[in-house]
Design a protein. Structure first.
Length: 673
C-alpha cells in the first residue's frame, strides 16, 4: 500500500492556503463530475454505433473501405480466432502492424476477445520489441503473447518470444470464422490497452489502461470536440503514441470515419503533409511539431475545422498563425495528459484575442478529472506559484505492467482533512505548472530528466542505460538542447517557484550524449549500438567525448557543467572531410545554420546530425531559394550526405542551364517556408 500523504501537511514552514483559496484551487477547480457509461466497455460503445449506422463508411485506406457492419463482422472473426488461441480476459496481444484497415480490425478483435492490446510501432527495432515481448511473458506466468503482424514485418519478431499471427489485407486467415457477435468478455475493470513508454532504468515500462478509463475519456472527447456522423479523422500518427487513441476510437463511437494514411519508411512524419494535401478530413489530432509543418501550407481551401493539439508545449504564435491561415472559423484545442491519465485530462480552446502568453494554456480539468498543483510538502500552491502537477480521477491508469515498485512510487494516496475525503489516488506527473489568474493551468516543463521528442515521452535515463551497455563506455550523461541554441537546456535548473524553463523556438529538441570511454569510439559505433534497442527519436544527434564527467559535491554528475557541443569537442560520425566544391561549401553553411552545429563535413549525413521533419522542409525551401533549382524532399532522403546532395544540386543546375529554365522537370512539392 502507498503511504497516505497529507495534502495539507502540518509542521511545514510555508503557511497553509486560506480557506477561500483552498476551496477555489482544490475544490471548485476540480468540480468536474459528469455522467458517462461507466458500466460499459469501449467495445459496447462501438457495437452501439454499428447498430445505429451499419451501412455508413467506418474506415477507408485508399480505394479500400469497410462499413460499420463489415468492420464489426471482421473484428468478430478476429476475436473468435484469438479466443481459440487462448486470448481473453487477463491476456495480452501485441499488435505490431503498419497503418492499414487490418490493424483497426486487429485492435477491435483483441478488445472483443477480452484481452488487452499492446500497440508497437512498425519502426520499432528488433531488440526493443524483444524487450517488450519478454516483459509481457514475465508478467503473464512466462507465457509468450500472441503477436499480430503483417507479412512484411514478420521477420522482426523472434518466433521464440511470441505466437505470431499474420493478418494481411485480404483477411484470409480469419474468413472461415463466424462473423456473428460473441458475448463481450471484457468488463469495465478489464485492461483495454498497454502502452510501453520510455523507462529511466533502460527498459520500456507498460502503462495499463482499463476500459472504464478509456470510456470516460472517449465519452468526454466526443462531446468536447463535437465529433458526429460523417466526420472524417486521419489515422497517421503512431499507434504506440497514446495521442492516436483519440483518432482511433472517437470516430468509431460517434458515426465518424477513419481515413488511414501510411508514410514511407523513414519518412513517416512527413505523411502529415499528405493529410493536408488530400483535404479529406474534418478533425485532426496532432502534435505542435506536426502543426508547425503545415503552418506555411496553403490552407485557404482546407475542409479541416478542428485541430486537437497535444504531446508537447504548444506555442501561442503557432496557434495564431494557423488561425489566421484558414479563412473559415476553426477550433484549436490544446489537450494535456500523460499516458498514465488516459490520453487527456486537461483542455483549453485557443482564443486568439485572449491568449497572449508565450504558450497556449493547458486549461481546465476534463470530465471526472482532478488536477492539483502541489509543492514539495504536498501542499496546494497559491495561484501564480509553480508546483508539481498531480492528477486524480477516473482516467488514472491501473499502474505499470509488472512493476509494482514503480506503480507505488508514481501513484500516491493522499488525504485532506479540510475537505473530508481520504485516500484520494493521485498520479505524480513530474510536470511543473501554475494556476493563472483566469483559473487556467499553464504548463512550465519538467521537474526531472524526462523530455518530449516529437511529442513522445523520452526518459533520458533509458538512453544512458543503453549507452552504458557498450563495452567501452564507462560513464555517460544525456541531455536535451533546444534547436535555437547549443546551450544545454538542462543547464538552468528549474526549482519550484523559479522562472519557467527554456524552450526551443521551433519545438524541436535535440539529444546530446556525453561519455567517457576506455578507447576511441566513433559516432557510427555508438549510434549502431543504441539503434539495436532504441527508437530513432531516442538516438542522440550530438556526441561529446570527455576525459571525465563533472561532478557535484555529493559525487553526482553535474549536468550544468557539461560543455556545449562545440566544434572542438564534437565527435563526427567518421573522419572529418572538408567540403570541396562551392556547392558543398554553400550547402554546409546552410546545414550549419539549420542544425546549429559549427562544422559539417562532406560525408556527414543530414539526419544523423539531427535533421527532423520540420528542418527537412526548411532545408528544401532554402536550397531552392539559394541554388535556384527545384530540390525535392525525396532528393534529401535519397542522398542525405552533403557531398551526395551537392552532386544532385549541381546536376539540376547543369540541366536547368542547358534548358534555359531555372527549375527541373517533375511535380513540385509545396514546402515554401
Amino acid at each position: 500500500m502507498n503511504e497516505v500523504l497529507p495534502i495539507a501537511a502540518q509542521g511545514v514552514a510555508r503557511p497553509l492556503l486560506r480557506d477561500a483559496d483552498h476551496r477555489l484551487l482544490v475544490v471548485e477547480y476540480n468540480a468536474t463530475a459528469a455522467p458517462y457509461p461507466s458500466g460499459r466497455t469501449i467495445i459496447d460503445l462501438f457495437r452501439d454505433q454499428a447498430r445505429r449506422s451499419p451501412n455508413a463508411e467506418a474506415i477507408r485506406f485508399g480505394d479500400a473501405m469497410l462499413t460499420y457492419r463489415q468492420l464489426d463482422e471482421r473484428s468478430n472473426q478476429m476475436a473468435t480466432h484469438l479466443s481459440s488461441t487462448g486470448a481473453g480476459p487477463g491476456r495480452i496481444v501485441v499488435v505490431f502492424m503498419e497503418h492499414s484497415i487490418e490493424v483497426v480490425v486487429a485492435i477491435l478483435g483483441v478488445l472483443k476477445s477480452g484481452a488487452a492490446y499492446v500497440p508497437v510501432d512498425a519502426a520499432t527495432p528488433k531488440g526493443r520489441l524483444a524487450m517488450i515481448l519478454k516483459d509481457i511473458a514475465n508478467g503473464t506466468d512466462g507465457r509468450a503473447p500472441v503477436a499480430i503482424t503483417q507479412a512484411r514485418l514478420q521477420s522482426v519478431i523472434s518466433p521464440s518470444l511470441a505466437d505470431i499471427f499474420v493478418l494481411n489485407a485480404d483477411f484470409g486467415p480469419i474468413l472461415n470464422q463466424p462473423d456473428s457477435a460473441r458475448p463481450s468478455a471484457a468488463t469495465p475493470d478489464s485492461a483495454a490497452y498497454i502502452i510501453f513508454t520510455s523507462g529511466s532504468t533502460g527498459t520500456p515500462k507498460g502503462v495499463v489502461i482499463e476500459h472504464r478509463s478509456l470510456v470516460n475519456y472517449i465519452w468526454w472527447a466526443a462531446r468536447v470536440y463535437g465529433s458526429s456522423e460523417g466526420d472524417a479523422w486521419p489515422l497517421f500518427s503512431s499507434l504506440a503514441f497514446d495521442l492516436t487513441v483519440t483518432t482511433l476510437f472517437t470516430p468509431l463511437v460517434t458515426g465518424g470515419r477513419i481515413v488511414v494514411y501510411l508514410g514511407d519508411p523513414g519518412v513517416q512524419s512527413m505523411v502529415v503533409l499528405k493529410v493536408i494535401d488530400d483535404n479529406a478530413v474534418d478533425i485532426m489530432k496532432l502534435t505542435p511539431a506536426h502543426l508547425a509543418m503545415i503552418r506555411d501550407r496553403n490552407l485557404e481551401t482546407t475542409r479541416l475545422r478542428k485541430f486537437i493539439v497535444g504531446g508537447e508545449d504548444f506555442k501561442t504564435e503557432l496557434a495564431r498563425d494557423i488561425t489566421n491561415a484558414i479563412p473559415h472559423p476553426i477550433e484549436i484545442y490544446n489537450e494535456y495528459g500523460p499516458t498514465e491519465a488516459t490520453v487527456g485530462c486537461m483542455i483549453h480552446r485557443f482564443d486568439i484575442d485572449r491568449d497572449q502568453s508565450a504558450s497556449v494554456p493547458i486549461g481546465v480539468p476534463a470530465a471526472n478529472a482532478g488536477i492539483y498543483v502541489l509543492d514539495k510538502a504536498h501542499q496546494p500552491t497559491a495561484s501564480g506559484t509553480i508546483g508539481e502537477m498531480f492528477i486524480a480521477g477516473d482516467g488514472l491508469a491501473r499502474g505499470y505492467f509488472n512493476r509494482l515498485d514503480l506503480t507505488d512510487e508514481r501513484f500516491l494516496t493522499v488525504s485532506d482533512p479540510r475537505d473530508g475525503f481520504s485516500k484520494l489516488r493521485l498520479y505524480k506527473t513530474g510536470d511543473l505548472a501554475r494556476w493563472n489568474s483566469e483559473g487556467r493551468l499553464d504548463f512550465l516543463g519538467r521537474a526531472d530528466h524526462q523530455v518530449k521528442i516529437g511529442g513522445a515521452r523520452v526518459e533520458l535515463g533509458e538512453i544512458e542505460a543503453r549507452l552504458l551497455k557498450h563495452p567501452h563506455v564507462q560513464e555517460c550523461a544525456v541531455i536535451a538542447i533546444a534547436n535555437s541554441t547549443t546551450t544545454p537546456a538542462t543547464s538552468t535548473v528549474v526549482q519550484m517557484g523559479d522562472v519557467e524553463p527554456p524552450a526551443a523556438e521551433d519545438g524541436i529538441a535535440r539529444l546530446v550524449a556525453y561519455y567517457v570511454s576506455s578507447k576511441p569510439l566513433t559516432v557510427a559505433d555508438l549510434r549502431a549500438h543504441l539503434a539495436e534497442e532504441l527508437l530513432g527519436s531516442m538516438i542522440p544527434t550530438h556526441y561529446v567525448c570527455l576525459e571525465r564527467m563533472p561532478l557535484t559535491s555529493n559525487g553526482k554528475i553535474d549536468r550544468s557543467l557539461l560543455p556545449e557541443p562545440m566544434a572542438e569537442n564534437f565527435q563526427p560520425a567518421q573522419e572529418f572531410a572538408a567540403p570541396l566544391t562551392e556547392t558543398e561549401k554553400t550547402l554546409a553553411a546552410l546545414w550549419c545554420d539549420l542544425l546549429k552545429v559549427e562544422a559539417i563535413g562532406r560525408r556527414d549525413n543530414f539526419f544523423d546530425l539531427g535533421g527532423e521533419s520540420l528542418l527537412v522542409m526548411r532545408a528544401v525551401s532554402r536550397m531552392r531559394k539559394i541554388f535556384g533549382v527545384d530540390v525535392q524532399l525525396r532528393n534529401l532522403f535519397e542522398r542525405p550526405t552533403l557531398a551526395e546532395l551537392a552532386e544532385v544540386i549541381d546536376g539540376m543546375r547543369w540541366m536547368a542551364n542547358s534548358k534555359g529554365s531555372p527549375l527541373s522537370e517533375g511535380p513540385r512539392e509545396e514546402v515554401e517556408l
